[in-house]
Design a protein around this ligand. Structure first.
Ligand code: F6P
Length: 364
């Protein structure tokens, strides 16, 4: 029987189960058996998988998370290996040959890998080393190159916008400045979209370094106009002009060791000191990665999954499916593993947010 493998890598994201379901159903229609490797690339290195039956994927379209499990640490090229005798330091080594061996042992025609930039960078290497791969872009951060959108982003934006809407009531009632920190790593997509959708007065994104004086000026301006509260939406990757990112912790064995976090409390503290107004910070955190995917994300994930299976069937490996101008296309894994996609200065939403008076903390 023809066989195909699938794994989900990186942080979880609404729509992963919809992809697993789509790939499995499309594969079954074409007479393939589907092996679902567990916990990202760890499943391939350790040969841990489940055979995905129709029963297993039935009813998962609307579920968040991934039935396969995922990992943003498992990397066949940086895998924990035994310490050298006499040393205390943990070592990371290349076990990609094991991954290749398991791929061959299971007689797979190809592997479908769903993930973000870290997962795609590994996919590119594994593909070059002999594992035929098709990629599917996922991430709430929406920062993968070559695709207009990734699934999970819209769901995260709705979650964040809903939270910001709710925070408005406390801001108004207590005449406070509320600083809401959203995810997105080094890209400001979630902050821009959720901030603009919920009428954030100030939006801070990594692409536009802010000046705290400009932020305070906006708050004072609003107070003069009789608006004694301000909502600031800060991307976790936002940074002051000439300053650095706010780093919460380092996860040494992760594909991306830096965990951003803390910008909201930093900005709230500075605003309170400089304006004398009461300020609070709120970190939305992983709630943005949870919950049922929106209908759009379910549909996008389904289109990506079926398109990836079509590519695999036709032997078009080394590609990642992508969404461009409402159509599903594909780009090379090399391009997919390129620099992340950030918010351009002339992005239409950014321009229109400025036009309605939103401050990005940069202009006087
Ligand atoms: O890439 C998705 C993401 O949620 C980022 O927005 C965030 O910076 C990071 O993952 C958090 O990672 P972890 O789940 O390891 O804390």
């Amino acid at each position: 029987m023809k066989r195909i493998g699938i794994l989900t890598g990186g942080g979880d994201c609404p729509g992963l189960n919809a992809v697993i379901r789509a790939v499995t159903k499309a594969a079954h229609q074409s007479g393939y058996q589907v092996l679902g490797f567990q916990d990202g690339y760890a499943g391939l290195v350790l040969n841990r998988f489940m055979v995905l039956t129709d029963a297993l994927v039935s009813g998962i379209l609307t579920q968040g998370g991934t039935i396969l499990g995922t990992s943003n640490k498992a990397n066949p090229y940086r895998w924990p290996v035994p310490k050298r005798s006499g040393t205390k330091r943990a070592r990371l080594g290349d076990v990609s040959k094991k991954a290749l061996a398991h791929f061959k042992k299971n007689r797979l025609r190809g592997l479908i890998v769903t993930g973000g930039d870290g997962t795609m960078a590994i996919a590119k290497k594994l593909h070059d080393d002999g594992v035929p791969i098709v990629g599917i872009p996922k991430t709430i951060d929406n920062d993968l190159p070559g695709t207009d959108i990734t699934f999970g982003f819209e769901t995260a934006v709705i979650t964040a916008a809903d939270a910001i809407d709710k925070i408005h009531t406390t801001a108004q009632s207590h005449h406070r400045v509320m600083v809401v920190e959203v995810m997105g790593r080094y890209a400001g997509w979630i902050a821009l979209y959720s901030g603009a959708a919920s009428g954030g007065d100030v939006i801070l994104i990594p692409e536009i370094p802010y000046r705290i004086e400009a932020v305070c000026r906006k708050i004072r301006e609003r107070a003069r106009a009789g608006k004694h509260f301000t909502i600031i939406v800060a991307a976790e990757g936002a940074k002051p002009l000439g300053g650095r990112w706010t780093v919460q912790r380092r996860v040494a064995d992760s594909t991306d060791p830096i965990r951003l976090g803390g910008i909201a409390s930093k900005v709230a503290y500075e605003v309170e000191n400089k304006t004398g107004l009461e300020a609070r910070s709120i970190v939305l955190g992983h709630v943005q990665r949870g919950g049922s995917p929106t209908p759009f994300d379910r549909l996008l994930a389904t289109r990506f999954g079926t398109a990836a299976m079509r590519l695999a069937e036709s032997g078009s490996f080394g590609r990642m499916v992508a969404y461009k101008n409402n159509c599903i296309e594909s780009i090379s894994l090399e391009d997919a593993a390129g620099p992340i996609r950030t918010v351009p200065a002339d992005h239409p939403l950014l321009v229109s947010a400025r036009t309605v008076g939103t401050s990005f903390g940069d202009l006087d």
